[in-house]
Design a protein around this ligand. Structure first.
Ligand SMILES: [Zn+2]
Length: 272
């Protein structure tokens, strides 16, 4: 949609007594394209929004609006999808795109939302046999992203808790772009090789530390595969960036180059 036309220029002075200036109205910003209620959802449910610069906030609003329009949103398990749900999910996903040229996760057509955890198509082995896995989220290769709303909302409001389901599942979708679910990314030039080196060495280090019984910052789940490693590292990058840099400086540097944003600055700016 086009922005509103600029207000008319004041008439040139003719020497006459000027009429009193009309009362000043607050500046209007994309009111038609980003409704006021949506802004309230960003403020209450997507805590990162308040950490961003003005320009980043504007871009996030625009991207959120576009992503909402481009995707099919489907409620499952009795959930009706509201604007609040769409805004809260789309804005968290678009945080990951703030630094890059992108197509709004163009290969993801549909977002499915359950009220809470659901039975994923993966299975886990139990004594009784293979059981369907209860999951909070799932990214399907060349398919939808599936999320549970209670987790999305809780984590959107707790920006530095270290976990973020939306970022995790959409990181998988970024990983899938090159056709493989293996943590390799569709990056520019020299970044590709460097990322591969860092991914391999950090992943192997994590597995070694877990085998030796150490407590790790990334956790056991990140050591189950390279795609889980990348998805979990992405969660930490956006939610605990200073800790990630402390424990894994090279990984942090590569994720900074990949996402081209500086979440550490966001959190610092909030503190000061
Ligand atoms: Zn995962």
């Amino acid at each position: 949609m086009l922005p509103l036309p600029p207000p008319p220029e004041p008439p040139e002075s003719t020497g006459e007594r000027s009429r009193p200036a009309p009362p000043k109205r607050p500046p209007v910003q994309d009111p038609e394209t980003f409704p006021k209620e949506w802004r309230a959802f960003l403020k209450s449910n997507v805590y990162h929004y308040q950490l961003l610069s003005k320009a980043e906030r504007r871009r996030l609003r625009n991207d959120t609006r576009a992503m909402i329009a481009k995707k099919d949103w489907e409620g499952c398990g009795g959930l009706s999808v509201t604007d609040e749900i769409k805004v809260t999910i789309a804005a968290q996903a678009c945080l990951m795109l703030l630094g890059q040229e992108h197509d709004y996760f163009g290969h993801v057509r549909t977002i499915l939302i359950y009220p809470s955890s659901f039975q994923a198509s993966d299975e886990r082995w139990e004594d009784e046999g293979w059981l369907p896995e209860a999951a909070g989220g799932q990214a399907v290769y060349r398919g939808p992203v599936i999320l549970s709303w209670d987790t999305v909302l809780a984590e959107g409001r707790a920006p530095s808790a270290g976990a973020n389901l939306v970022i995790h599942e959409f990181a998988h979708q970024l990983d899938f772009i090159d056709g493989y679910a293996d943590g390799t990314l569709d990056l520019q030039g020299e970044h590709t090789e460097r990322w591969q080196e860092v991914l391999n060495s950090e992943y192997n280090r994590l597995r070694r530390e877990i085998r030796q019984g150490h407590e790790t910052f990334l956790g056991d789940y990140a050591a189950t595969s390279k795609t889980e490693f990348f998805a979990t590292a992405s969660e930490r990058f956006f939610t605990q960036p200073a800790k990630l840099r402390h424990f894994h400086p090279e990984l942090s540097e590569m994720l900074s180059a990949t996402y081209a944003v500086d979440p550490e600055r966001w959190f610092r700016a909030k503190k000061s």
